[in-house]
Design a protein around this ligand. Structure first.
Ligand code: GH3
Ligand code: MG
Ligand code: MG
Length: 456
């Protein structure tokens, strides 16, 4: 995960230190010397994680955090607060104003990277969820947006793997009021327990006798049901080297003993939220794909789905430097079919046409009803001569065989096709469709029942 991190601190030496460490991990860094500047940067957008010093002259970190979390533009931007060591009251206040996690000064490298990474992942998921809510079907947009605002981190089902009774009890004390904990004393049962239970988080002790916690974690990562299940290691300072290995293996985060309540709560909610967002995202994907994206009459994809995918595919084609094409298809003299045979026959012609269209394009092509008697096909990874071949095949499939009309009467129909490919350096959905439209217009003017390609 790469992300843009805003470092907020009034002391330039602190900023430089954090910047050097995070840049080495390929994070993209911005800096702000004061709370007010930080707010401006965040409201302008594009910040993924805020690393926020508490002690600053003028507006302090708490106030910055409070304002970020109460503004709809920034409430989803994770805030990592940097507090003085052993300032317990700072953390409690931090939680109250909505901080997502904490670091103490002097900042430890491993903790810094682990926290920023874990918050960057969370941000990536919320961004994706919000983007889907915006571009997804209207039906689900509202509920999705609601979902992304409503997803909290309470009442999570958490599995504690910890053979040492006293340690386990301590975790239950700290988290029991907000979450549902189940303690597993025998780590040998971990894989089976985790696979059969519906857990949202695993807290994994490091002292498991003959069992290796990292092996247990990597087992969970390889099993289908638990691949995305968040894992937090509960470690001692002496475990540091193994913690680093664990983070490389995909363990999400760690917390060092002695465990501080506010820190544990914050870290647990970050992981639970990430997990719940991920789940909502997967659900939304299957919902939007199934419900809101097809055209009722023809069963082809609808315009909204097409618009969304055209911009995604253009972007992908640009990144991979591949050619792609669009066909814009319009029925010739369709109005006269309606006029002389009625609207129902018109509808059945549209349905029959979409069957023929589907049969004559490639499996990877995306056929959509653009509106009325206009259709569009999105063709990834194709050069223009092959695209012309496909368009010609569709044209022939319409012109060469009559459509069934009322009674025994056959209807003869033709289509005109405009063809365009991605070829401008700054190609947009609009510029591409515009050329396809110009080509279609030419096809009509030059006598209909033909395919015309319009080069930029
Ligand atoms: P051209 O060759 O210039 O495209 O002529 P045209 O008659 O096809 O063009 P025009 O755009 O003027 O007419 C399109 C017609 O398509 C008008 C409308 O009645 C008909 N139409 C649009 N949507 C539907 C539909 O869902 N069902 C039916 N039956 N007809 C539709
Ligand atoms: Mg038309
Ligand atoms: Mg027409």
């Amino acid at each position: 995960v790469t992300a843009r991190v805003l470092i907020v601190d009034d002391i330039p030496a602190n900023v430089r230190l954090l910047e050097a460490r995070l840049s080495a991990e390929y994070f993209d860094i911005q800096t702000a010397p004061s709370g007010l500047t930080a707010l401006e940067r965040c409201f302008a957008g594009g910040i993924d994680v805020v690393l926020l010093d508490v002690m600053m002259p003028g507006m302090d970190g708490f106030e910055v955090c409070r304002r970020l979390k109460s503004d709809p533009r920034t409430q989803h931007v994770p805030v990592l607060m940097v507090t003085a060591l052993d300032q317990h009251s700072d953390r409690v206040r931090g939680l109250e104003v909505g901080a997502d996690d904490f670091l103490s000064k002097p900042v430890d490298d491993v903790q810094l990277i682990a926290r920023v990474r874990s918050l960057a992942r969370l941000k990536q998921l919320t961004d994706e969820l919000r983007a889907r809510a915006r571009t997804g079907g209207e039906l689900s947009a509202e509920s999705l947006m609601e979902a992304s605002n409503d997803i909290d981190a309470d009442n999570a089902r958490i599995l504690v793997i910890e053979p040492e009774t006293r340690q386990a009890r301590r975790l239950v004390e700290l988290l029991g009021a907000r979450h549902n904990l189940e303690v597993l004393a025998d780590p040998g049962d971990a894989a089976a327990t985790v696979a059969s239970g519906d857990f949202e988080l695993v807290l994994l002790g490091m002292a498991l006798g003959e069992h290796d916690p990292l092996r247990i974690a990597s087992q969970m990562r390889t099993m289908e049901q638990t691949r995305t299940l968040p894992i937090i290691l509960i470690a001692e300072e002496v475990d540091r080297a193994r913690v680093v290995r664990g983070l490389d293996l995909g363990i999400n985060d760690f917390i060092l003993r002695p465990i501080e309540r506010s820190e544990l709560l914050a870290r647990v909610s970050t992981q639970v939220r990430r997990h719940r967002y991920g789940q909502a995202l997967r659900d939304s994907l299957s919902n939007t794909l199934a419900l809101a994206v097809t055209d009722e009459l023809t069963g082809l994809y609808n315009r909204r789905y097409f618009d969304r995918h055209l911009s995604l595919m253009l972007e992908k084609a640009r990144q991979q430097q591949r050619e792609m094409a669009v066909l814009l298809i319009d029925m010739d003299y369709f109005k006269s079919i309606n006029d002389s045979h009625g609207h129902d026959i018109g509808d059945s012609v549209l349905r029959e046409f979409s069957l023929r269209l589907r049969r004559n394009i490639r499996g990877v092509d995306l056929p959509c009803r653009f509106g009325g008697e206009e259709f569009v096909v999105l063709m990834p990874d194709i050069d223009i001569s092959r695209a012309e071949g496909v368009a010609e095949r569709v044209r022939a499939a319409v012109a060469e065989r009559p459509f069934p009309g009322q009674g025994q009467r056959d209807l003869n129909l033709t289509i005109s096709v405009g063809l365009a490919r991605n070829e401008l350096a700054d190609e947009t959905p609009d510029s591409l469709l515009k050329r396809a439209d110009v080509a279609l217009y030419r096809a009509k003017r030059e006598g209909r029942n033909r395919v015309v390609f319009d080069a930029a």
